[in-house]
Ligand binder design. Structure first.
Ligand SMILES: NC(=O)c1ccc[n+]([C@@H]2O[C@H](COP(=O)([O-])OP(=O)(O)OC[C@H]3O[C@@H](n4cnc5c(N)ncnc54)[C@H](OP(=O)(O)O)[C@@H]3O)[C@@H](O)[C@H]2O)c1
Length: 252
């Protein structure tokens, strides 16, 4: 299927490893102009070399810690330096936040900012000009935890909030030509991931988790998530406004 993404400008926030790295590799293969954001400059430099080899029309990166910066100012600087993106992917997030459900606002706010509100803050800068232009794609990486609501309560709640944002705001945008949606991965494993260490040591948790929670009986790969993100970023997803799409190996 021809996705028609060649020459599109794409911002991927959280692009240096795991799912985000596969997403930028996918856009590189489609011949996109990529701007990647993460904290590790060494990894971003590696990703840049990989992506230029794979066919990216251009590749720039910005080293930034989203949890430690003025997000609106950063987003404004991205617009100034690169112009208004065609596609924005928000991938930063994760379950490795506090698991203490008795904790107070500080921990809950952190989980919420890391998994949802930092990206929403960036959207407050990107969405108005996209709506004015009449097109754009903004895709969040959520989690199947947002609907299964198990595992770390702070993480699951933050992703559930993110899904609610995508549904409610996505509907407001649906008739504007700007498509806001999310992908909800199930458990994905890759070199250095949370599950990778358990897989390598043959830990019984792995078989137990898969048997009880992921009917496909294996972990997903970052590429399997990236493929769906690329489809959503293309014109082929034109009727998928405000959708939260499970890509989860029949998570249960
Ligand atoms: N892996 C899974 O099984 C799974 C399942 C469901 C949903 N998800 C979701 O998928 C997304 C990616 O997960 P992943 O497992 O691929 O995560 P990961 O390996 O931890 O990668 C996260 C990416 O975000 C960047 N990042 C992290 N903190 C950042 C910060 N404060 N500022 C800027 N960049 C930051 C990381 O790069 P640096 O470290 O270089 O900054 C990295 O490029 C997350 O939203 C996660 O919740 C993952």
């Amino acid at each position: 299927m021809e996705l028609g993404l060649k020459g599109r400008t794409v911002l991927v926030v959280g692009a240096s490893k795991g799912i985000g790295r596969s997403i930028v590799a996918g856009f590189a293969e489609e011949g996109c102009k990529i701007v990647a954001v993460a904290r590790s400059e060494a990894l971003l430099q590696e990703v840049k070399e990989e992506c230029l080899k794979k066919g990216a029309e251009s590749f720039d990166y910005e080293v930034q810690d989203l949890m430690e910066c003025d997000i609106k100012a950063f987003a404004g600087k991205l617009l100034e330096n690169y112009g208004l993106f065609d596609i924005v992917i928000h991938n930063v997030g994760g379950s490795l936040v506090s698991r203490d459900y008795f904790s107070g606002a500080e921990e809950w706010n952190y989980a919420l900012k890391f998994n949802a509100v930092a990206a929403i803050d960036m959207n407050s800068v990107f969405l108005p000009p996209m709506v004015k232009r009449g097109n754009g794609r903004v895709i969040h990486i959520s989690s199947i935890s947002a609907v299964m609501l198990r595992g770390n309560p702070l993480y699951a709640s933050a992703k559930a909030f993110l899904n609610a944002y995508v549904t409610t705001v996505g509907r407001q945008l649906a008739s504007t030509g700007v498509l806001l949606c999310s992908v909800m991965p199930g458990a994905v494993s890759f070199e250095g991931s949370y599950w990778d260490a358990y897989v390598k040591e043959g830990h019984p948790r792995v078989a137990d988790f898969l048997r009880h929670h992921q009917a496909i009986d294996r972990f997903g790969t970052p590429e399997e998530i990236a493929d769906v993100v690329l489809f959503l970023a293309s014109g082929k997803s034109s009727f998928m406004a405000a959708a939260n799409i499970p890509v989860d190996g029949a998570n249960m």
